[in-house]
Design a protein around this ligand. Structure first.
Ligand SMILES: [Zn+2]
Length: 339
C-alpha cells in the first residue's frame, strides 16, 4: 500500500508538471483529492492494515495530500499568472491603428425646420417662449375666447386629464401666460408639442408641433402682420415667394386670415406638388381679438397686436417634400439619414 501511495504521488506530480491549463488542473484535483479520488479510495484500504500500522499510514496519506495540494496551488498560480500575462500582451493598445469611426447622429427634420423658423424670428427681434404641455382648460380655451360650447372642446378632439385640465391642443396658451405677466410690448414665438385625439394617417397624428407667434404693442396693424409673414415666407421658402391672405375665422383673432405661399416648386404656375393650385396653405393668423387682450388685462384702446400659428410638421413636410407625416415619427434611420 505504501508503494501504491508513492505511485499516486509520483503520477500526480508528473501530471501537474505537464498540465498547461486551468481546466486540466481542476480535473487532476478532482481525480486525486476529490470524494471519489485516488487518495480517498486508498484510505478505504486502511481497514486491511493492522491497528498499529493504521495511524502511520494515515499520516503518510496526509503528507502526500499536503504535498500534492501545495504543488497544485503553485501550478495554479503559475498558470493564472501566465494567462494574465498573455491577456495583457494581447490587449496592448496599438496607437498607430486607424481610429474606430464613431457615428454621430444628426438633427431630425422637425428640429432642422424649427431651428430655421426660430432663427428667422429671432432675427426680427422675437423671443422664444415655452409653456406646459399639460394645461388648464382656462388657458387652452377660455382665455383664448373659445367658449364652453365650442366644437374644439369636444372630447373627440381634445384629451382631457380631468374637467379642468387638458393636454394642450395648441401652443396659444403660452401667449395668454405671457400676456398675463403684464410686460409690454410682447414679441414672441412659442414652439411646442400639442395633442389632439386624431387617428394616425398621412396628415394627422395625435401629437404634433405648433409654432405660434404674437406681437403686442402700440399701433400694431394688419400691415405689420403682412410684412412680417412676407419676410418669413421669403426667408423660409425663397426670395421670390409671394403670400396671399384668405379671410377666415378664429376665435382668438379678429379679423382672421389663412395664409398661402406661392408654390416654391413651380413658382405659382401649378404643379403636382401644389395640386395645380400654384399656392400652398401654411398658416393661420389675425389681429388679436380685443376681448382676448381684455381678459389678460391689456387695454385694447391703447394696445393692439397680431398672432399667427403654423404646424411645424407641415413646414418640414413642405420644405423636404415628404408626402407622409408618419415618416417623421417612425425613426427609420434610412429615412432620417436623408436630411
Ligand atoms: Zn406648384
Amino acid at each position: 500500500m505504501k508503494e501504491k501511495l508513492e505511485q499516486i504521488r509520483r503520477e500526480a506530480l508528473k501530471k501537474l508538471q505537464e498540465t498547461q491549463d486551468l481546466n486540466t488542473l481542476n480535473e487532476i484535483r478532482v481525480s486525486i483529492l476529490g470524494k471519489k479520488g485516488e487518495l480517498t479510495s486508498i484510505m478505504k484500504g486502511m481497514k486491511d492494515l493492522s491497528p498499529e500500522e493504521r495511524p502511520q499510514f494515515g499520516q503518510m496519506v496526509n503528507d502526500v495530500r499536503k504535498n500534492i495540494e501545495e504543488i497544485l496551488n503553485e501550478t495554479k498560480q503559475a498558470l493564472e499568472d501566465a494567462a494574465l500575462e498573455k491577456k495583457l500582451k494581447k490587449e496592448v493598445i496599438d496607437v498607430t491603428l486607424p481610429a474606430k469611426k464613431s457615428k454621430i447622429g444628426h438633427k431630425h427634420p422637425n428640429t432642422i425646420a424649427l431651428e430655421e423658423i426660430e432663427r428667422i424670428f429671432i432675427g426680427m427681434g422675437y423671443e422664444v417662449v415655452e409653456g406646459p404641455e399639460v394645461e388648464y382648460d382656462y388657458y387652452n380655451f377660455e382665455a383664448l375666447n373659445i367658449p364652453a360650447n365650442h366644437p374644439a372642446k369636444d372630447e373627440q378632439d381634445t384629451f382631457y386629464v380631468n374637467s379642468d385640465i387638458v393636454l394642450r391642443t395648441q401652443t396659444s396658451p403660452i401667449q395668454v401666460r405671457t400676456m398675463e405677466k403684464g410686460k409690454l410690448p410682447i414679441r414672441m414665438i412659442a414652439p411646442g408639442r400639442v395633442f389632439r385625439s386624431d387617428e394616425v394617417d398621412a396628415t394627422h397624428s395625435p401629437s404634433f408641433h405648433q409654432i405660434e407667434g404674437m406681437v403686442i404693442d402700440k399701433n400694431v396693424t394688419f400691415a405689420d402682420l403682412k410684412g412680417t409673414l412676407q419676410q418669413f415666407a421669403k426667408e423660409m421658402f425663397g426670395e421670390d415667394t409671394k403670400i396671399k391672405f384668405r379671410p377666415h375665422h378664429f376665435p382668438f383673432t379678429e379679423p382672421s386670415a389663412e395664409v398661402d405661399v406661392s408654390c416654391f416648386k413651380c413658382g405659382g404656375k401649378g404643379c403636382r406638388f401644389c395640386k395645380g393650385e400654384g399656392w400652398i396653405e401654411i398658416l393661420g393668423c389675425g389681429m388679436v381679438h380685443p376681448h382676448v387682450l381684455e381678459m389678460s388685462n391689456i387695454d385694447p384702446n391703447e394696445y393692439s397686436g397680431f398672432a399667427f400659428g403654423l404646424g411645424l410638421e407641415r413646414i418640414a413636410l413642405l420644405k423636404y417634400e415628404i408626402d407622409d407625416m408618419r415618416l417623421l415619427y417612425e425613426n427609420d434611420i434610412r429615412f432620417l439619414e436623408q436630411f
